[in-house]
Design a protein around this ligand. Structure first.
Ligand SMILES: [Zn+2]
Ligand SMILES: [Zn+2]
Length: 398
């Protein structure tokens, strides 16, 4: 294996040729995962197909990392730098691949296999991590706790969307399970003897609605009532709800958590129902996009003929467990356009778009731009040094 025989331009050209040669397989992978939606932690078929592809292309594959059966690590190369490509592949209940994680998965493995030429020429290791259950359980949070990203220098992924963006914001987010316990009674004969758990819940939601007028613009509080009572002629003795609380940073999230709790306690006091609530043990952290990395990625995507939004253009706000990764490893979470602007993420329409010809083009361009970014990182040590200096706060965020 001869090192540094190819120029950066040669390496990028080879990467694009390699992805184009794999076009059929990558599109097929994306469509097969799309046609077989699996919920978080049940993505058995998806990881089988993805790890087969990586294994058949010279990667060393380890399935079931960090204590998660549907997580995997596949690597090619030896020694540093270690560049990670993150795949997601979970679907949503009811709407299938309405977040297009099939595109993320195919792009990540395509980029991994295309990056072999960089490793052969420059050294280093490219790792594809299979990260399960992004949507409902924050799989990456568990993988971080298990230490699987330790030693990783940079973490890259691409999410499908309606615009080409190199970076974006994502909110800190935590979930809350709420229960009110009252006392059942005949709703007409003995209303004075009952304690109404449904009134407590309605009051709690109304208090939260009042609170919402006076919170910071980017914060979000939203939820559903999952149990509202059994019969109209029985005073509801039990109600349950699920809430999500989101904020632009962890400190404001903590403040909102206190204020939401106040709304619930007030409702309990007013109705006499007993409150029980539990915050989720997975907290999605805000996304810390590495701007040095984002600029490199944007440049690579533009070379492929895509128009990329300015770095600070406003974006719609969600949350992602990539936020947690981005707090400990320099990372980006860009989006690639696979649907027309106005198509809503998590909708049937987006699910259809995720299996379209446009999505297939997105898989290929995302794989190319990711692998071209691996070229920049591995062939020029000063670029990786700059990415790390920005992460460490040693230089401004450009
Ligand atoms: Zn989603
Ligand atoms: Zn998603």
């Amino acid at each position: 294996m001869s090192k540094k025989t190819l120029s950066k331009a040669d390496l990028k050209a080879k990467i694009c040729q390699q992805v184009d040669r794999q076009r059929g397989e990558l599109v097929e992978l994306s469509l097969r995962i799309h046609a077989n939606p699996e919920l978080g932690f049940e993505e058995v078929k998806a990881i089988g197909w993805l790890t087969d592809y990586l294994g058949n292309n010279g990667f060393v594959v380890e399935v079931g990392i960090g204590g998660f059966a549907t997580a995997f690590k596949a690597f090619y190369g030896e020694g540093g730098p270690y560049v990670a490509l993150l795949a997601e592949y979970d679907a949503l209940p009811g709407v299938g691949h309405a977040c297009g994680h099939n595109v993320i998965a195919a792009a990540a493995v395509g980029a991994g296999v295309a990056s072999r030429v960089v490793v052969d020429n420059c050294g280093g290791t490219v790792i594809v991590f299979g990260t399960p259950a992004e949507e409902l359980h924050g799989g990456k949070v568990g993988l971080l706790r298990a230490g699987v990203f330790e030693g990783v220098d940079v973490a890259l992924m691409v999410h499908p969307g309606v615009r080409n963006r190199a970076t974006g914001e994502a909110l800190a987010c935590v979930n809350l399970d709420i229960e009110f316990f009252g006392k059942a009674a005949h709703a007409a004969a003995y209303p004075d003897q009952g304690v109404n758990a449904l009134e407590a819940m309605i009051l709690a939601f109304n208090a939260i609605n009042s609170l919402r007028q006076h919170i910071k613009e980017k914060a979000r509080i939203h939820g559903i009532i999952t149990h509202g009572g059994h019969a109209a002629n029985v005073v509801p003795a039990y109600t349950a709800a699920k809430l999500l609380v989101r904020a632009p940073d962890n400190a404001y999230l903590e403040e909102l958590k206190r204020r939401v709790l106040g709304c619930l306690e007030g409702a309990a006091l007013a109705t006499g129902a007993r409150l029980a609530c539990r915050w989720g043990d997975v907290l999605y952290e805000p996304l810390k996009s590495n701007r040095t990395l984002a600029k490199i990625f944007a440049n690579n995507l533009e070379v492929l003929g895509r128009k990329v939004e300015p770095l600070d253009a406003p974006n719609s706000l969600g949350s992602t467990d990539m936020g947690n990764v981005s707090q400990v490893v320099p990372a980006i979470h860009p989006t690639i356009a696979i649907a027309s602007p106005g198509t809503l993420l998590h909708s049937d329409e987006f699910a259809r778009a995720a299996a379209s010809e446009t999505a297939s083009e997105g898989v290929l361009d995302a794989a190319k731009a990711l692998a071209m970014t691996v070229v920049d990182l591995m062939s020029e040590p000063r670029i990786l040094a700059k990415v790390k200096a920005e992460f460490a706060g040693l230089i401004g965020r450009g």
